[in-house]
Ligand binder design. Structure first.
Ligand SMILES: Nc1nc2c(ncn2[C@@H]2O[C@H](COP(=O)(O)OP(=O)(O)OP(=O)(O)O)[C@@H](O)[C@H]2O)c(=O)[nH]1
Ligand SMILES: [Mg+2]
Length: 338
């Protein structure tokens, strides 16, 4: 068991560090179970397959069984179990404490990152506590510090796509995503994850594009029952849709780890958002550059067409075989299917 001293905040020890090399990466955030760790595992495989050097940083001390080997592991700094026991906290409070502890000891993370290969692309896997991204300042302070060290991050916010089948829940996740974008202050890509399961809890009221573009949320209000019991709930949702629409910041990219095409589309969007496409003296090979550039126009013509055929329409017609492009040469995990 650790002594109280072990978890004493150490803000006084944080010294300013010399500037580090320019690096690019993604910080993967989102509610519990939205698929962050699975995404990090498969995104690392995909990017490595495209020729990038990837380093994974696990910032979730509650992660137990993960499909990747982390290059930097928060549990080497702080153990969730010990925090819960020593500080008499539950799992949620413990996790928030761990992230605050990491911020107070940010020099530890800086030293670890300084030890990584200078050409590596960084993937940060984060805990699923929503308050860490909407109200608590620790994650924002950590990423601000990393940005000052010229680590150019894009936040990838995963939201489980099954929320699309419930209008109230969808409005709520749009609001959480908006609030996360405003709080984290990073280039941001929102992703509807597990889109292969989008209709698991019922058929969607609208096309998938409706949910990815988040354009006319007020149509969702027609899906609420018109009775006295839910009148106030409907009025609340009306106010919220107005707020989300006024900001006009939230939209989503649909993604499933079962589709390399979709994962690549997300990585291309992220490459534009964090500036990776423009590069800074980083070693690049042709395949890697193709990975950043390829396909944008192809995906544009039917933003969700393949997903509708594969996972939503009852036609049962699945795309078979290979895509006859560079993706065929990329070897990634067994979860992928064509
Ligand atoms: N069908 C399907 N399942 C997925 C996909 N992505 C993740 N999952 C499953 O969703 C579950 C949760 O995934 P995780 O990667 O652990 O989610 P997480 O966000 O890291 O969870 P926490 O760390 O607990 O917040 C696992 O059973 C995954 O196998 C997907 O694209 N499709
Ligand atoms: Mg996880």
């Amino acid at each position: 068991m650790a002594s109280d001293d072990k978890f004493k905040m150490a803000s006084d020890d944080v010294k300013s560090k010399p500037p580090m090399v320019t690096r690019f990466g993604q910080i993967v955030i989102g509610p519990p179970g939205s698929g962050k760790t699975t995404y990090v595992t498969n995104m690392a495989d995909l990017l490595r397959g495209l020729g990038r050097k990837v380093a994974i940083i696990n910032l979730d001390p509650a992660n137990e069984k993960v499909g990747y080997t982390a290059d930097i592991e928060i549990s080497d700094l702080v153990s969730l179990e010990e925090v819960m026991e020593t500080m008499k906290l539950g799992p949620n409070g413990g996790l928030v404490y761990c992230m605050e502890f990491l911020w107070e000891n940010i020099s530890w993370l800086e030293d670890q990152i300084a030890g990584l290969d200078k050409n590596c692309y960084i993937l940060l896997d984060c805990p699923g506590q929503v308050e860490l991204y909407t109200t608590n300042d620790a994650v924002r302070d950590i990423v601000t510090r990393l940005t000052k060290l010229d680590i150019r991050l894009c936040a990838v916010n995963l939201v489980d796509s099954h929320y699309c089948s419930d209008p109230g829940k969808f409005i709520s996740v749009c609001l959480t995503s908006l609030s996360t974008m405003l709080q984290i202050e990073l280039p941001h890509v929102n992703v509807l994850s597990k889109v292969d399961l989008v209709e698991k809890y019922g058929k969607l009221q609208f096309n998938l594009d409706y949910y990815t573009e988040v354009l006319d949320l007020e149509y969702l209000l027609d899906c609420f029952p018109e009775d006295n019991f839910t009148k106030k709930y409907r009025a609340l949702n009306e106010a919220l849709t107005g707020l989300i629409t006024d900001y006009s910041l939230v939209n989503f990219m649909p993604m499933t780890i079962k589709s390399k095409e979709r994962m690549l589309a997300v990585s291309q969007q992220v490459d534009k958002a964090n500036g990776y496409v423009f590069g800074v003296g980083e070693e690049r090979n042709v395949r890697n550059l193709m990975g950043s550039a390829l396909g944008g126009a192809d995906f544009e013509w039917a933003k969700t067409g393949d997903l509708r055929t594969d996972y939503m329409e009852a036609s049962g017609e699945k795309a078979e075989g290979y895509f006859n492009n560079d993706l065929d040469k990329v070897d990634i995990g067994p979860d992928f299917q064509f």
